[in-house]
Every structure is written in C-alpha cells, then in structure tokens.
Design a protein around this ligand. Structure first.
Ligand SMILES: C[S@@+](CC[C@H](N)C(=O)[O-])C[C@H]1O[C@@H](n2cnc3c(N)ncnc32)[C@H](O)[C@@H]1O
Length: 203
C-alpha cells in the first residue's frame, strides 16, 4: 500500500524496532521514497562534491540503507565508498548496486570501525525522527580525524526538536567544528517536507 511505511516510520522507537522496520521496508523502500520525490541524497552528494575536490578520498555512508546516497556519490564522481547499516535486508539492496567498496551490518551502539581513515563520514536521512538518535551524531563526530568532514541531514520532523540544531551549533561554538555548509531545501517535495544538509569540518 502506497505510503504505508512513511506513515509509520516517524513513530518508531529504539534500535531493534528500527532495524525490524527497515528490514520489512527494504523491498518497497525505493519505490515509496521515489513517489514522494526523495531529494536529500542527491542534494547531499552535490554539496559534498562541491567541498571535496579529491573524489578518490574515502567516504563512509553510515546508514546507507539500499544505497541511494552511495549511488548519488558515484554520480558526483566519488570512487571509494564504504557503507554500514543496522538492517541486513536494506544492505542486500545496497550490495546489488555495486557502488560500494565494502558493506557491513553494524549494531546500533557500535563504535565506528576505522572512522579516522575517512575523509568524510556521511549520515543522510539517518539521524532523527524515524531512524537513529541524536547521540549518533556524537559517535560519528568523535570517530573523525582532524580536518575530516561530516555530512548529515535533519528533516523538518527532526528539526521540530530544538536539541538537534542546538547540538550542531554547540559543536561549532565550542570550537570543535567549522560549519562548511548549511543548506535548507527539498526532502520529500511531494509531501512538502524539507531537510537541512550540514557539512562540518572537525577542527
Ligand atoms: C531513511 S533510511 C536512509 C537510507 C539512505 N541513507 C537513504 O538516504 O536512502 C535510514 C537508514 O538508517 C539505518 N539506521 C537507523 N539507525 C541506525 C543506526 N543506529 N546505525 C546504523 N544505521 C541505522 C536504517 O536501517 C536505514 O537503512
């Protein structure tokens, strides 16, 4: 049924329920988000490409799902993309796309494996309402090497909780990060839902 998982996803709570929902959604995820005009992966890949001249630098797609952001990164010229996700079923679809160097299933609270090796870690459509908690932003940020980038999005539902934007601005005002980009635009344009794409550089 059209819209069935998008209707449910923003109410899901906890890692196990999140993993189970994405396992169940995996076969129809791409058709459903395409129907709503899912724009954030393409916008985020363009934003990252604009600030990363070296497209052979390694990028981690955290919460890669079925691989839509990996595909967008490939189209933007990136060549070394690893993906990780909670959901084995979402990962099966990502594997079939053949755009990732490595793919791995991870536990919700796992530290980032070799996080310091990445020029950029991305979490597109991953942190906030319907997926991972805000603490994941700190986990990813802590894993970055100095000068590396983190690229992530918060949709309008997530931004209703001021803690998300406040956490980003605290990283900047504490001097731990430079805000390189903050772009507000389409997320699901057919649902009139937007997202902010952030790119921060660790100092
Ligand atoms: C809305 S989908 C986005 C997938 C992909 N990034 C995209 O833009 O199409 C959210 C993904 O995050 C994954 N996820 C949720 N919580 C996670 C966590 N704590 N660690 C890793 N992946 C997580 C889900 O399994 C799901 O595949």
């Amino acid at each position: 049924m059209s819209g069935s998982f998008l209707d449910k996803v923003y109410d899901v709570k906890g890692a196990e329920a999140t993993r189970a929902l994405y396992d169940d959604w995996s076969d129809s995820y791409e058709a459903e988000v395409a129907e709503s005009g899912y724009a954030t992966p393409g916008r985020a890949a363009q934003a990252l490409a604009a600030v990363m001249p070296d497209k052979s630098a390694p990028v981690l797609d955290f919460g890669c799902g079925t691989g839509l952001f990996g595909q967008a990164l490939r189209r933007a010229g990136f060549t070394q993309i690893d993906g990780v996700d909670l959901s084995a079923e979402m990962l099966e679809h990502a594997r079939a796309k053949d755009v990732y160097t490595t793919l791995a299933q991870i536990a919700a609270d796992a530290p980032v494996h070799n996080g310091g090796d990445y020029a950029a870690i991305a979490a597109v459509g991953v942190i906030g309402a319907g997926a991972a908690p805000l603490s994941v932003l700190d986990t990813l940020f802590d894993a970055l090497a100095p000068n590396a980038l983190i690229c992530f999005s918060f949709n309008d539902h997530t931004l209703e909780d001021p803690a998300f934007e406040a956490r980003v601005q605290a990283l900047v005002s504490d001097g731990r990060a430079l805000q390189i980009r903050r772009d507000y635009g389409d997320h699901f344009p057919k649902l009139k839902l937007n997202s902010v794409i952030y790119i921060l550089q660790k100092t």
